[in-house]
Write a protein that binds this ligand. Sequence first.
Ligand code: DSN
Length: 433
Amino acid sequence: MINYEEIKKTDPEIYQAIMGELKRQSENLELIASENYVDYPVLEATGCIMTNKYAEGYPYRKSKETGELTYRLSGRYYGGCDFVNDAERLAIERAKELFGAEHANVQAHSGSQANMAVYFAVLEPGDKMMGMSLSHGGHLTHGHTVSFSGIFYEVVQYGVSTKTEQLDYDEIMEFAIQEKPKLIMCGASAYPRIIDFKKFKEIADKVGAYLVADIAHIAGLIVAGLHPSPVPYADFVTTTTHKTLRGPRAGLILCKKKYQEILDKTVMPGIQGGPLMHVIAAKAIALKLAQTEEFKEYQKQIVKNASALANALIDRGFNLVSGGTDNHLMLINLGKKGEGPSGKKMEKALDKAGITANKNTVPFDTRSPFVASGIRLGTPALTTRGMKEKEMEQIAEFIKQVYDDIENDEKLAEIRNYVRELCAKFPIYEELK
Ligand code: DSN
């Protein structure tokens, strides 16, 4: 079991920071849709001795006889890789099995690097790509001007419909026909509805574009069959492993077999050097845990909790983007035309009440992303603590009280005490304290 005794002796300042963060994670309601609490085996692996090993290359190589990749031949540039090869092989094979994918690259350090690897694999600088705009729920790496994706490529962006605040596939089809991008990225960071990957495939096929799906947020839901999978349709699927998937902080790429060589080459040596073998071991563990019935039940409860929280917020008069949620997250629109408090202000007030969430732009927002008019809420972390629909009702009430008394620090401190009481009933990481 992990303890932090050696850190305490060696570096009391870092020890204090870790203990402070442990207390925050235990005593606050964690509603950031992309965060979670990993299981102990994942935590142990990320602190394990595989951190010491360099292993540029892959645990397999192409057989001269068959032309197929084989684990019998090591494709590493360093000696001593037998055991890290085992870890990476397990991670790859588990990822393929879990998602039904033809090839998996488990070396991407993050979701952004996973997306970068895919773009670099099939696009030339200046090529045209299409992605969902950040302010409508997309991600920075889907073509925002401040990200490499917007810097290296000519980007056109789609958003949600003004009427439904949901994706309108006919509009996207028309836009794609007009723009003829070489690559279409689908997937989102702040979209509360089901994404129709089959429709995206039709759009991509119509214009001869590569289709890439970023499932970072919904990977766990896909594993549990609660969201359609893009794997049969997309050329590449990218994800992080730490959101609903509840693994270590990292990335993962799935693709069709025909892209495996170009993808692997682009990840290493293209954009990365040594893979983080301790993190890859942790990914393998998380992917094993994700194969269990328990994990599927967990995912079902995430969705039930999100639906309960959304309904309880609507009952209290909140306006949710698109009117609700089908997945693990929702966006409260606090008043995009400036008539309500900003997301920034609400985030701060929630924080004072022990509720952690993030400000987020809402579709057609008139405020900047740093101020924003929305708050994004997600249920993966609370569900890991064992909270259910009843607690979601109570949390919606806390959020309403914060909104009503946004300027009243005394009231926010009072809510914080109730939040602590609730959190104490659903302990987390007790063994680390
Ligand atoms: N930062 C992640 C999120 O919060 O959704 C996306 O990269």
